[in-house]
Structures are given as C-alpha cells and as structure tokens.
Design a protein around this ligand. Structure first.
Ligand code: AGP
Length: 609
C-alpha cells in the first residue's frame, strides 16, 4: 500500500525522506509529501503525482530541518489530490498513515460535531484531529506518546502511523496495528519506515514493531511500549538482505509475496464494511435503487471474468436477481440487449482495461446503471461508472492476479449480501451466518497459504507434465478456470479448466498416466458428484490432485495428493480453494524457471482492445 519514512538525527531530513520514498516507488502511489521540523514548526510540502513533482515543489518551497516524516499515498479514502496527500497537519500535529480506519465515518462526524474542520476526504486526517485534541486536553502534562496512545483507543482498523508535534523537535512517535512498521537504528540518528527497503541504504540494524505497539524515537534511542503503556525491550536485528530481496520482503517474487499478503488484503477489503450489529454490510457511497433492478449483467476480462462467474452464484443465491456474465471483449460486438432496469457490474483490478471500458460505454449508452469493482481509486472504469466499490488489495505488481482476485470475490460477497438484504431475499439469520464466516475468512486463508511447502513438493512432482486439467462444479468451476489460467500465464504449460460434469463429454479422452488433474472437491452439495468425476479420472490412470475440506477422511483413497482447506460455508469456499492453485502455478513456474512476475507477452493492464 502506501509508503512511510521518518528520520531524526543531525543530517538534513528532506533528502533522506525523498530518497527513502523513492526506494518504495516500485509499489505504486499517486501522491507524495513530507513534513519537516523547520525553525520552530513543521512545514508540510505535498502534492498529487510522482516524487519528481514533489521534488519540483520542494525547490519552490524548500524545507530545512533534522526531523521529518514522509509518505507516498495509494488512495483508499478520497481521490488522489494535493489535499488528500499526506502528511496531514492539524495545528502542530503532523501525521502520515498506512492502512484503513474502519470507524472513520462515525469518528469524523463526532469530531465535526465538536467543531473540527476537515480539509481532506481522508480517514487519516481523523488521527491528526484526535491526537491534537488529546494534546490540547492535557497541555503540558501529557507527552505526544500518551496523546497517541489515547487517540488510538478510539480507532478501529489497520494502521501504521508516524506523528510529529511542533512543540517537540527532539522526538517523533509511531504506532502499528496490522500494517508493517520498522525502526532503523543508527548512531545518533534513527529512522522509521513501512518497509526496510526505504532505509536499508542508511542502516542495516532494524527493530520490527509488533501489533499494538507504540514507539517513541529520539536521536539517542527508541522506546517501545504497548497500548497500555507497558515498556517492551527488543533488540535490533542485523538485516543481510540485498535491496532487491528487501523490495519483495524476502520472497523470491512479487507474486509469492502477494499470495502471502492475501489474508491482509482481504481483511482490509472487509474493514469497515461488515456491520455485525445490524447483520448487514455498509457500502460507502453506494446507493442502488434495487426496486428498479430486474437483472444484473457482469462484465470483465481474464481473472476478473472468473470473479464475475463466481459472482453469478453469489448474486443469484443471496439476492435472487437473475445474473448474466459476459466477457467484456465479446459483449459490445453482439449488439447486446441492455435495459434501463439492468445493473451492470464491471470488474477490473486495474480499472483501465480497454475492453471492459468499451463494454461499459455500450451498456451506459443503453441506459443501464453501472457499478465498478476496482482496486485502483479514481481509475478510468470507476470514473466512467455510476457507483464504485474499491477493493483494498494494495498495488499488485506481479502480472498474474492473485490478491486482486480474492479481494474481488470478497467485494462480490459483500455486494450480494447488500442486494440480498435490500431485496429481502436474504434472511437476517442467513446474513448473520455469512457475515460471521466472512470475518473468519482471513485467518482461514492464512492456514491455506501456510501449506506452501506442500504445494512446492507437488509442483516438483508434476512440473514436467505437458498439460494439466482443472475440474470443478458449481461455484468451483470458475476456480478451475482460474487455476488453469494462472498455470498457463506463468509456467507456459497448457492447462484447461472444465466443469467436472462435462469431462465425460470430451476431455476424458485426454486422460492417461501423464495428465495431472486438479479436482476441486470441497464439502457441500456437489461433493458426491465430484467424487464420481474424480473416480472416472482415477480409472483411466490420471494423476489426481484433490483440493478437499479438512476432516474429509475418505478423499485420500481416491487421490494421489490432497490439499486441505478449512471448513467454511459453500459461498466462501472459492476464496480458499483458489489459494492452493495459485501456489501450485507459482511453484511449477519457479521449478521451470520462467519469468514469474513478468511472463512473456503479458501486460499488467491491457489498455488496447
Ligand atoms: C490475470 O492474472 C491476468 N493478468 C489478466 O487476465 C487480467 O485479469 C485481465 O487482463 C483483466 O484485468 P483487469 O482486472 O485489470 O481489468
């Protein structure tokens, strides 16, 4: 997501901050800024655009000081703009923040009622107001650390924040809950950053900050405490990673890093949207007149199209609205029938896919209501649409989509619950059950991703095969398609995704001892039928790799290899079954030595029709 750098020492802070932020540039961002303690107060210089734009601005408005914080922003709340760029300053308090405040709407309203004036659309500005309010309340008696601690007690969400106070040129304070934060230890100078990459050129001695910790940083030292004020002792570790290894957080490829980031990306996409108290979901700024909607048409390409195919099951199942799914690249070339009573859901990770844009224009011209699901705030597709739902996966650098896909699935579950509750097709007890399962899903995803080593062994065993078949039924059929696409994209091995029941109508001819067949067989209404399909593969000597549910004691008898997913409701199973397929594709490609993050002939965002 966003990048943070902070410095205190005897050198000029601004170049250290800008250089650090530059080392985080590869992650993508839309605006940048610094706040530097300069002759009695901190001066904020920030703007929309790249670091080069910030550097130009710094030539006009130079800052000189030995304490400062800097930030590159990837927009989540509020469009990319000068005003929304960090740092945010309220009186003497400057703040930079990575992450999401879940209760931002309620806190913002409360602060406004108390007289606070907001100058940005961000959730981050809430931190600056809350901390300023605490500092004012206690004046001389409380330290910045205590003010931060008191403010954090009011905030729910994920964050790494760094805070400076104009009245103290000798320290700054950082805190962490879920978003990464590391302190770099120097001689008479110290650093803070969201990733070690940003400060690895300055020091190799790092202290990793844990959940629920606050750290006070001076020139001479670092004091860590928990949210209750208890001091924590932690030694610095010496990092031996190269800069390139550090960019990938020690993973061999961005794709592998992004696979492992999925539990966090999903938690961020859920943040602030699940209302357990009212058994409902909260979709900021989206207000669809469901009385007027008779049909949903989903439009997307590639992996996003596979998310849409899962979405059909979700929307029809929970909201009982007839749903069609179309490849955006086909839709506009067949004079589609679109009515004013249609809701078009356009799904695009990048928000820039030309085929999807063209299809939206066609539907919009014919009077449909358009809702975009995208990972990039203010990108072309959400701008072209009437409503936008943003996933919070953070920038995805590997060309093969992983965390963008699972967060799209989450967006579709939330949308289905939203529509189902509005139309009353989804009962309150069922909504309650689904929401409880949703909240538990990030931890279950982490359990699946933790089986990476097993998938690596399987990849070595089957990585020399000439082709793969992926089978699934119902909402697992789109996951079979996605598994095959992932493998093709990065390993260049031919793979087909097939509806398991269709196998006997043709692809069964392919099966022999040399064909690995990945069978998605989680518990649920289709289980018995898929087990029969699996037996058909086995009877022809095909190699069966089964993805089944924990506790399924029988599946091992019919499969050569089994990967288990935790139990969940069938609606959410695709979010879990897709993870072993991503890992399998990754490890097969790694075994073959292909260019995993930038596979041949592919681009991250396809802006030509
Ligand atoms: C995914 O792994 C692919 N690289 C590709 O299929 C992608 O999903 C497709 O091009 C659509 O992109 P979008 O989601 O940005 O619109």
């Amino acid at each position: 997501m966003c990048g943070i750098v902070g410095y205190i020492g005897d050198r000029e802070a601004t170049p250290i901050l800008v250089n650090g932020l530059r080392l985080l540039e590869y992650r993508g961002y839309d605006s940048a800024g610094v706040s530097v303690w300069d002759k009695g107060e901190s001066r904020v210089v920030r703007c929309r655009g790249k670091l080069s734009a910030l550097e130009e601005l710094l030539k006009e408005q130079p800052t000189s000081g030995k304490l400062g914080i800097g930030h590159t922003r990837w927009a989540t709340h509020g469009r990319p703009s000068d005003e929304n760029a960090h740092p945010h300053k309220v009186d003497g308090i400057s703040v930079v923040h990575n992450g999401i405040i879940e209760n931002h709407l309620a806190l913002r309203q409360k602060l406004i009622d108390e007289g606070a004036k907001f100058t940005s659309e961000t959730d981050t500005e809430i931190f600056a107001h809350l901390i300023h309010r605490e500092v004012e309340k206690h004046k001389q008696s409380a330290s910045l650390t205590e003010a931060v601690r008191a403010a954090l007690k009011l905030v729910h969400g994920t964050y790494a924040i760094v805070v400076m106070n104009d009245s103290d040129p000798n320290s700054f304070v950082a805190a962490k809950n879920a978003s990464p934060l590391v302190v770099g230890v120097g001689e008479g100078e110290n650093y803070v950053a969201s990733d070690i990459t940003a400060i690895l050129n300055e020091t190799r001695r790092m202290i990793f900050i844990d959940e629920g910790e606050i750290v006070t940083i001076t020139r001479e030292g670092v004091t860590i405490s928990d949210f209750d004020g208890k001091e924590i002792n932690r030694e610095a570790k010496t990092i031996t990673w190269s800069a390139t290894q550090a960019e990938k957080a020690g993973y061999r490829h961005f794709m592998l890093k992004e696979i492992h980031e999925q539990p966090r990306a999903v938690a961020d996409t859920l943040a602030g949207r699940v209302d357990l108290e009212h058994d409902n979901v909260v979709l900021d700024g989206i207000d669809i007149d469901t009385k007027n909607i008779q049909r949903v048409i989903m439009l997307a390409c590639g992996t996003s199209y596979h998310a849409a195919l899962v979405g059909k099951f979700l929307l029809e199942g929970m909201a009982r609205i007839p749903t069609e799914v179309d490849l955006a690249s086909e839709f506009r070339y067949r004079d589609p029938i679109v009515r004013k009573t249609d809701l078009v859901v356009a799904i695009s990770q990048s928000g820039e896919t030309a085929d999807t844009m063209a299809a939206i224009r066609e539907a919009k011209d014919k009077g449909a209501t358009i809702l975009a699901i995208s990972n990039v705030l203010d990108s072309s597709i959400p701008r072209l649409s009437h409503h936008a739902f943003y996933t919070h996966a953070g920038p995805e650098i590997g060309v093969a989509s992983t965390k963008a896909f699972t967060t799209q699935l989450i967006a579709l579950v939330l949308l289905a619950i939203y529509l189902g509750r509005r139309t009353d097709a989804l009962s309150v007890p069922r909504a309650r059950e689904l929401l409880a399962e949703l909240v538990a899903i990030p931890n279950k995803m982490a359990d699946v991703v933790a089986q990476a080593a097993q998938l690596q062994v399987m990849a070595r065993r089957y990585g020399t095969a000439k082709g793969f078949l992926f089978l699934g039924r119902g909402n697992q059929f789109p996951i079979a398609l996605e598994g095959a696409l992932k493998l093709k994209e990065i390993s260049y091995i031919h793979a087909e995704g097939y509806a398991a029941g269709e196998m006997k109508h043709g692809p069964i001819a392919l099966i022999d001892a040399n064909l690995p067949v990945v069978v998605l067989v989680p518990e649920g209404p289709n289980y018995e039928k898929v087990v029969s399909n699996l037996a058909e593969v086995r009877a022809r000597e095909g190699k069966v790799l089964a993805i089944a549910t924990l506790g399924d004691a029988d599946i091992g008898k019919d499969a050569d290899d089994v990967v288990m997913i935790p139990k969940t409701v069938p609606e959410l199973q695709p979010i879990l079954t897709t993870l072993p397929l991503q890992l399998l594709a990754y490890h097969v490609a790694d075994f073959k030595g292909t260019d995993i993050d930038q596979p041949r002939n592919l681009a991250k965002s396809v802006t030509v029709e």
